[in-house]
Design a protein. Structure first.
Lengths: 224, 224
DNA sequence: TCACCGTCTATTGTATACAAATCGAAACGG
DNA sequence: CCGTTTCGATTTGTATACAATAGACGGTGA
């Protein structure tokens, strides 16, 4: 991460995910270069990578902007994610090793702790949740699937403002994770797949309820 | 396509897909620059894009090589493709417009002509086949789905040596396309999805049969 | 002979200068 | 008043020079 282009990539990406750079904001190479403190060359490198991540869009004349998402595109994105992540769960269930299952249980208990504190610790919840899903993806053992899912998950929609959820919603998410663990322990791929699909679809509807009427996305929900 | 980086991208990509650059071959920037006739700057741009396409891999120290695929990775790839393309078929069936259906019928008849000639015209078949699938993808109306599927389809495995198929196999493919048309005409998404999934899975098994025992991929089959 | 280490070369990373193209605004004409 | 054109400012594209770094080769010592 010490190379300039990596720093540029991380810097711009963080700015987009955090909302510092709003959806639709123009991304001039010169301006970014000055901001990050490197020349335009590594900035151009970073922009290509961010384009592949679909975090930025380019006009026909190659000008870059922070990607904007219509509600339909967000819906598509969740639909694809439900499909891809449920396949990951199926494959994971079929390949689950005891060590991984144990790691998942540890995550699960961390999630439980975060949820049941006097005031739910949302940051701890999110971190453990992220790791839970990452472990499943790793257990699915498919590089392409990993690449696809990473692109689907790492969006401003998923990252921003995950703090709007009630304790009941956190608990429901936790309960679904528990069910996933059961499916994994039994190696039942279809069961795991169905739970995961429902898990993601519920997250989408929670998002849609919270943002109904919005034409473009400025903030979003987290898959809990 | 007149910019140097676009020419570089197209040139390197063609070399990989055609097999001129074998799987695992090293891709030095300087050498590519000389070959394409541009400087290293657009070459680096092109390599980033090809990396996003998963046509090349990079070592930790950023040296580039033509991607190699184990048989397991190829199987993964087909599994993902069956999933993604069957979703595309489902969405297309639910959104199908008469004009698109008509265009699909035209493709279908071109495929029929190519198949039933004295000596099957495989190139015409492949072009019409490609357009058939592209029309479905467009009708699915999901940019992300398009991006995912393009990455899955544009691989050496799918592109190279599609000339090994018998007339019977071409006919079977054509028959499946006909069934897809029926599903589209009736707007039956589940039917379309199931046919497409079977269509892709059959292509994989044809591939696996033809290349059984191969550890890494040098040539491949085409989804017929 | 083999392992280790330093140097040397080849390759990639970055900065900068300049060329080309595009966008916007002002001037012009209808 | 609106549309069009033209020109300047801004932005991206490319080439090149140089810096940094990884990999290869050969030498040295045990």
């Amino acid at each position: 991460m010490s190379r300039a282009s990596d720093r540029a990539y991380a810097s711009i990406r963080d700015s987009i995910l955090s909302g510092e750079l709003a959806a639709g904001a123009p991304l001039g190479e010169e301006a970014l270069a000055k901001k990050v403190g490197v020349s335009r060359t590594p900035i151009r490198d970073a922009l290509r990578r961010l384009e592949a991540d679909m975090l930025i869009r380019r006009t026909e004349s190659q000008r870059s902007f922070v990607a904007e998402w219509s509600i339909d595109e967000v819906a598509d994105s969740f639909e694809l994610r439900a499909m891809v992540e449920s396949l990951a769960a199926k494959r994971a269930a079929e390949r689950m090793r005891p060590e991984t299952l144990e790691q998942l249980r540890v995550c699960d208990s961390r999630i439980n702790t975060a949820t049941e504190e006097k005031k739910p610790d949302v940051n701890a919840f999110l971190e453990a949740n992220r790791e839970f899903h990452a472990l499943i993806l790793e257990a699915a053992a498919s590089p392409r699937l990993s690449a696809m899912l990473t692109n689907l998950v790492e969006q401003p929609i998923v990252w921003r403002t995950a703090h709007h959820y009630s304790r009941d919603e956190l608990r429901r998410s936790h309960r679904e994770h528990g069910e996933l663990l059961s499916a994994f322990a039994r190696g039942d791929g279809e069961w795991a797949s169905d739970i995961m699909s429902a898990h993601i679809r519920r997250a989408f509807h929670a998002y849609a309820d919270a943002h109904s009427g919005l034409a473009a996305i400025g903030s979003g929900g987290q898959d809990l």
